[in-house]
Design a protein around this ligand. Structure first.
Ligand code: 5AD
Ligand code: SF4
Length: 445
């Protein structure tokens, strides 16, 4: 072999990122991979020179799970002393230095608001020092995260426009791990959206823990999420806009109206209610009632009759009675959800609800099953009702079988098409012919 090999030193190092939790973490992981110049991403930890766990604190015993995951890398680190191990995300924020105390092999700990400092932290870790940053600075971390030049992207992308939350629901860690609510300025969001579209993106999902509280600085002052959406609407080549996750109390009139008038805004809304009992909603510090939520859904449906509503529910919140649970089921019956995520309440240390008495575990399990059965029925009925309709589908990738393509309808249902001539990134009209457990099938019109 006479080919000249590059100097070993200039070969890119290898980065393995494991992402837990929400879409915002997926987005953050992409940005972190771009920020770590000189690294190529790999799919397994054994090849890596650096392992980053991008952690989530929303589920139960999150920190314990991270510690046991880290334990599994011990052997790798013993074989490869140069391997650097980092912890990012909400567990990093919540645990801080404690992580390095409990797992001394961890070289780097970085909280979600400090990702723009990752290159410095990496250099520090490389030099053999421990690198820790869990500050919550007020600068826009994404602005400081350097993007690599123009790599082609898939047809769909997330774009974080807002972070943190000021709502302090009694069960939730987000206000503590992600900090106060902050919106990115309009021009930065638009620049990033244009860049994504140039790189092949057709659908953008705007992300924020409390995305409809968006109030980014723009021309003539602060702009609402609806105003931002109308600006994105003008970008040629961007075909679809979505946003998640919203709080009922921030569903402003202009946003509801946009659902009726903005063609690019997809007919799908994730609007968590958590419970249908006013007593529990109050104890959760949700600052809305079941009735106000139902009236809000009515107004949204008046603007966009076919909109698919999705939600989040917590069952077995402290002090939840059979009657409270029945109230939640009644609310679900009235709303008719196209999709929903439901969780058994579990304690997050440091949150107000953590001090309260738990509902019996078996009772909570039974309630969860009952609630999930109801939602599955609603979900399935709505999905089945798509059969016979013609829907626009954005094709995202080949299916499992030869010639098959998979995409999403505006309602976010997965749609399979056999013998498909539509290409990845194209939107085509599909007649839906059948509905399976998790997806629809159809034929190009
Ligand atoms: N226990 C159970 N579910 C929770 N969620 C948030 N905190 C908790 C908790 N302590 C759920 C809420 C939220 C979703 C992202 O996770 O339903 O909307
Ligand atoms: Fe957590 Fe959402 Fe409540 Fe904010 S609005 S505290 S993110 S559940």
């Amino acid at each position: 072999m006479s080919e000249s090999k590059p100097e070993p030193k200039s070969e890119p190092r290898k980065l393995f990122i494991k992402t837990y939790g929400c879409q915002m973490n997926v987005y953050d992981s992409e940005r972190m991979a771009e920020a770590l110049e000189g690294y190529d991403q790999v799919q397994t930890p054994d090849e890596a020179d650096m392992i980053l766990l991008n952690t989530c604190h929303i589920r139960e015993k999150a920190a314990e799970k991270v510690y046991s995951e880290l334990g599994r890398f011990k052997g790798l680190k013993a074989d490869k002393p140069d391997l650097k191990i980092g912890v990012a995300g909400c567990v990093a924020q919540a645990e801080g230095e404690e992580i390095m105390r409990r797992q001394p092999m961890v070289d780097l700990v970085v909280g979600p608001q400090s990702y723009h400092r990752l290159p410095e932290l990496e250099a520090k870790a490389r030099s053999g020092e421990k690198a820790l940053d869990t500050d919550m600075p007020e600068e826009d971390k994404f602005e400081h995260l350097k993007s690599r030049p123009k790599a082609q992207r898939g047809p769909t992308a997330f774009l974080t426009v807002q972070e943190g939350c000021d709502k302090f629901c009694a069960f939730c860690v987000v206000p503590y791990t992600r900090g106060a609510e902050v919106s990115r300025p309009v021009d930065r969001v638009l620049a990033e959206a244009r860049d994504l579209v140039e790189r092949g993106v057709r659908e953008i999902t705007l992300l924020g823990q409390n995305v409809n509280a968006y109030h980014g600085a723009g021309e003539g002052g602060e702009q609402s999420l609806a105003q931002l959406i109308w600006q994105l609407d003008k970008i040629d080549g961007l075909e679809r806009i979505r946003f998640t996750t919203s709080h009922p109390n921030d569903m402003s009139d202009d946003l509801i109206e946009a659902h009726g008038t903005c063609d690019k805004l997809m007919p799908y809304l994730h609007l968590p209610v958590q419970s249908g009992s006013d007593r529990i909603l109050k104890r959760m510090n949700r600052a809305h009632t079941a009735e106000s939520y139902l009236r809000l859904i009515e107004r949204i449906r008046a603007a966009r009759p076919d909109i698919l509503i999705s939600g989040d529910f917590i069952v077995g919140f402290p002090e939840e009675s059979d009657q409270d649970h029945a109230d939640t089921l009644a609310l679900i019956e009235e709303v008719n959800y196209g999709q929903a995520f439901s969780f058994k309440y579990s304690t997050r240390p440091g949150t107000p609800a953590a001090e309260r008495e738990l509902v019996d575990a078996d009772v909570a399990d039974a309630r969860l099953q009952e609630l999930q059965a109801l939602i599955t029925r609603q979900q399935r009925t709505i999905q089945d009702s798509m059969v016979g309709r013609e829907l626009d589908v954005l094709f995202e990738k080949p299916g499992r079988f030869e010639g098959q393509m998979v995409g999403k309808s505006g309602y976010l249902h997965a749609v399979h098409v056999d013998d498909c001539t539509a290409k990845r990134g194209e939107i085509a009209r599909v007649r839906i012919v059948s509905s399976g457990p998790n997806s629809l099938s159809g034929a190009l019109v």
